[in-house]
Design a protein around this ligand. Structure first.
Ligand SMILES: NC(=O)c1ccc[n+]([C@@H]2O[C@H](COP(=O)([O-])OP(=O)(O)OC[C@H]3O[C@@H](n4cnc5c(N)ncnc54)[C@H](OP(=O)(O)O)[C@@H]3O)[C@@H](O)[C@H]2O)c1
Length: 235
């Protein structure tokens, strides 16, 4: 893929990895970047980054906002389903099911709703969906059990969409992210264990440029796990 005609939409681009995607696509020369945010304040902030950045207000759990985004960004060529939440909830330790439901809403139903709404536009552009998953989709981590389940559901959805959309020429990439230095982590997390978000965004843009990449392990921890699970070849 050449980035000269690339018009990505990134959900959850107010901060963290999503914000880093804006910078990466700008640097790569994309002429128009749809920056998905959830309120007018964040829209003004991302609009000020560069004239090529077009804010789109979209909470991915709100069907009316998803439909409006699909109408307003009908020339999109890459949909980056990045928005996500992590509640640090265990299956049994959480007081009720509210956090588990919220993680499913944002991490599974949100990307599914966006993929359904944007499939016609992506078919027209022969574009790509990039789903930001996690190594938590692949193995159980006790402190974040309900998050694991939501990302595992999103992985299954990603694999299914890849089959369903192949006939109309839309690619679907799964990104199994390790640890990245964003507000998603607790204050107590050892930052030395985390990668800058640019490691992930750089790997995704390299994969888009190469084309045909279905499964991406963007950092050393992710590649190590992928190799141990036999999902990718050893170096
Ligand atoms: N950081 C990591 O180590 C790591 C590792 C593996 C995977 N990931 C995945 O990477 C993605 C980005 O994470 P991050 O670390 O950048 O997290 P973050 O810093 O907490 O940012 C999360 C982003 O998602 C947005 N968001 C939350 N709920 C939303 C909704 N309902 N609709 C639309 N946007 C919503 C937030 O918007 P507001 O600013 O409006 O709240 C924010 O822009 C997530 O899918 C996460 O699961 C992260």
């Amino acid at each position: 893929m050449s980035f000269e005609q690339c018009r990505p939409l990134i959900t959850g681009s107010s901060r963290g990895i999503g914000r880093a995607f804006i910078d990466a696509f700008l640097e790569a020369g994309a002429p128009k970047i749809y920056a998905g945010v959830r309120n007018e304040g964040a829209a003004a902030t991302v609009a000020a980054i560069d004239p090529r950045v077009h804010p789109i207000i979209v909470d991915t759990t709100k069907p009316d906002e998803v439909a409006r985004a699909a109408r307003d960004a009908s020339d999109v060529t890459v949909l980056v389903n990045n928005a996500g939440v992590l509640h640090y909830a265990g299956f049994l330790s959480a007081p009720d099911l509210d956090q588990a439901r919220h993680e499913m809403e944002v991490n599974y139903f949100g990307p599914l709703a966006m993929a359904r709404a944007f499939a016609p536009a992506l078919a027209r552009s022969q574009g790509t969906i990039v789903n930001i998953l996690s190594i938590a989709a692949l193995v159980y981590m006790p402190l974040v059990g309900t998050y694991n389940a939501s990302k595992a559901a999103a992985r299954s959805m990603t694999q299914g969409l890849r089959v369903d959309l192949a006939d109309i020429g839309v690619g679907v990439m799964a990104v199994y992210a390790g640890g990245y230095d964003t507000e998603m982590h607790l204050e107590s997390t050892d930052k030395a264990l985390l990668n800058p978000p640019s490691v992930l965004t750089g790997a995704v843009l390299d994969a888009l440029a190469k084309g045909g990449v279905d499964e991406l392990f963007p950092d050393a921890a992710a590649r190590g796990l992928g190799q141990r699970l036999g999902l990718i070849a050893a170096d």
